[in-house]
Design a protein around this ligand. Structure first.
Ligand code: ATP
Ligand code: MG
Length: 575
């Protein structure tokens, strides 16, 4: 696995507040443009999603980079939908993308823009290119166009329609637009060079016929611009200075330049950078859509999904995602970031911000024989040791408690420091207890433990100085609230799903979701609202799921406590 931070570009992509000004090759290029006055001192970036699915964490990288630059240079940042394909695009996706961009904290002010707003202008420009002899209507089928295209080693072949007269092209194109032809019967192509070593310049398609309703333009159009024809011109119309995109568009840049120069319009600078990839997941919307459509996950916002809505539902914070985008820098070479680094960023932030509570996922009943029946003591518990302002709360202690099953072992080896027959441990914020008896059912299953407590140890140490080696979390059985807990592991069982010859679907981790129907949480959680985040002491960070109600509490495990980012790199097991 590659190191996520590129050697020469370890710097921040979105953080302005850090004392050292962030630097990376994109910012260096912008600095140079500012020095030479190339764009009149302006910096204007954009994030241009196609609304054909929900955003994923790879998009967050682009958002943080583009928005971070606009913010740090006192420039502007646009959100522009590249909504050129009505057969794949939906309002639901547009709405979710707006929500996600705002959630990440990227402020596009009033610049919520759509490529579809430029359809008229793009049409006029297409006419201009036809009149200049630089575009033609082609009646070859899609397959024929592909066959004529040639290969990297062989030049393409001219279409028999390539040398039509300008008048004929104008007439045909207007009729395409007027709906006279069925889908697929012809296209408008740029007339560039069928022998170009760059395949993108071999007369790319600019318009195709699609009798489809568009979410914004309705039935006004039955020809739609191809992405390659719309994208650069949209940037130009918006006065984008630095059009930042991922590496696969490097080969498209000569085409975008050709369009802009042929039209004689304002010319933004395109800059390419490497995509963010993360292991144990997939990040193409095409793949994510398949997971949703085939019911492999519960939806786009399934907490196992790498979508921003899934991550939000699971309890990820925008701060953690922005931190990952910063730490991974901006690079020119593709690499794969370990999911452990993202989790590390997440723990860092949750550690500072999450209230601690006690919850028992797999309960084992403990009865304290020498504790008075019916007595309740309210113990003071610290809400967040990282944040004194978070204060304290009272938690009830009583004769019958639950502890975690795994905190007890009947035949404990000497290295096991938790509870065992005859051994003593501390209960957090309460007393030392010692196990005196183990009760089993007919099948030999342990059903409850009997313990004694030492009243002298309340909330602290033993007066006689004796030590215990473990502190356990617990809840009072009579006071605890039942809750459902959903524990997640990686969605896939292999670091690069689909790379080992299997279809990525066959790499799904069958154990990515474990539901514990009935665990117990402390009573202070009675009124929690979806989205609230907690640390369940000794277990992990959890948040309240959207499904949660006061009658049926549901928690997601956001991430475990153990931060083995340093060790993870050697591991290949699903986690
Ligand atoms: P996908 O393959 O997931 O559909 P895409 O690039 O086709 O991704 P778009 O909606 O076109 O999706 O992407 C909007 C912007 O986000 C583009 O500028 C694209 O370069 C950027 N982007 C997409 N994926 C990543 C990624 N993994 N890392 C960084 N930027 C990305
Ligand atoms: Mg795309």
């Amino acid at each position: 696995m590659d190191n996520p931070t590129h050697e020469t570009d370890t710097a921040s992509s979105s953080g302005a507040a850090s004392p050292a000004a962030p630097t990376n090759f994109v910012r260096n290029l912008i600095d140079e443009d500012l020095r030479t006055g190339r764009f009149g001192g302006r910096v204007h970036t954009r994030f241009p999603p196609e609304p054909n699915g929900y955003l994923h964490i790879g998009h967050a990288k682009s958002i943080c980079l583009n928005y971070g630059i606009a913010r740090d240079y006192g420039g502007k940042f646009n959100l522009r939908f590249d909504d050129t394909n009505p057969t794949k695009e939906e309002q639901e996706y547009i709405d979710s993308i707006i929500t996600d961009v705002r959630w990440l904290g990227a402020d596009f002010e009033d610049r919520l823009l759509y490529a579809s707003d430029y359809f008229d202008q793009l049409y006029e420009w297409a006419l201009q290119l036809i009149k200049a002899g630089k575009a033609y209507v082609d009646h070859l089928s899609a397959d024929e166009i592909r066959d004529h295209r040639g290969t990297l080693t062989e030049p393409g072949k001219d279409s028999p329609y390539r040398n039509r007269s300008i008048e004929e092209n104008l007439d045909l194109f207007v009729r395409m637009k007027n709906g006279e032809f069925p889908d697929g019967s012809c296209v408008l192509r740029a007339k560039i060079d069928m022998a170009s070593p760059n395949l993108n310049l071999r007369d790319p398609v600019m318009y195709r016929i699609l009798h489809a309703e568009h979410p914004r333009t309705g039935n006004k159009w039955c020809i739609y611009p191809m992405y390659d024809w719309a994208h650069g011109q949209s940037d130009s119309i918006e006065g984008i200075t630095h059009s930042i995109c991922t590496l696969e568009f490097e080969d498209h840049r000569p085409l975008y330049d050709w369009f802009i120069e042929s039209l004689g319009i304002y010319h933004p600078q395109q800059i390419e950078f490497a995509r963010l990839n993360i292991n144990y997941t997939v990040m193409s919307k095409r793949f994510l859509r398949r997971l949703v459509q085939e019911g492999r996950v519960r939806g786009w916002d399934d907490p196992r999904m790498p979508t921003l809505s899934g991550m939000r539902r699971r309890g990820y914070t925008p701060e953690a995602i922005r931190k990952l985008c910063d730490l991974t820098g901006v690079s020119k070479s593709n690499s794969v970031v370990d999911i452990g680094l993202l989790e590390h960023c997440l723990r860092d932030h949750l550690n500072l911000t999450s209230a601690r509570v006690m919850a028992v996922l797999r309960p084992l009943k403990v009865i304290i024989d020498n504790y008075p029946e019916g007595q309740i003591e309210w113990m003071e518990a610290i809400n967040n040791p990282e944040d004194p302002a978070a204060g304290t709360r009272q938690i009830p202690f009583s004769r019958e408690l639950y502890i975690e099953q795994e905190d007890f072992m009947e035949d404990a080896p000497s290295k096991f420091y938790r509870l065992a027959p005859g051994r003593e441990v501390r209960l957090r914020y309460a007393y030392f207890i010692k196990c005196v008896n183990v009760v089993k059912d007919a099948s030999g299953q342990i059903v409850e433990l009997h313990c004694t407590y030492d009243p002298e140890t309340r909330g602290g140490d033993a007066p006689d100085g004796r030590k215990v080696k473990a502190t356990l979390h617990w809840v009072s059985a009579a006071h605890a609230l039942p809750a459902e807990a959903r524990l997640y592991s990686t969605l896939f069982d292999t670091p690069e799903p689909g790379s080992d010859g299997r279809d990525f679907i066959d790499c799904l981790n069958p154990n990515s979701l474990e539901v514990i129907e009935k665990c117990w949480v402390e009573p202070s959680l009675a009124a929690v609202k979806p989205g609230a985040r907690f640390q369940f002491e000794r277990i992990g960070y959890f948040n309240v799921d959207l499904d949660s109600t006061p009658e049926h509490l549901v928690f997601n495990r956001t991430v475990t406590l153990r931060d083995d980012w340093a060790k993870i790199q050697q591991k290949s097991q699903p986690r």
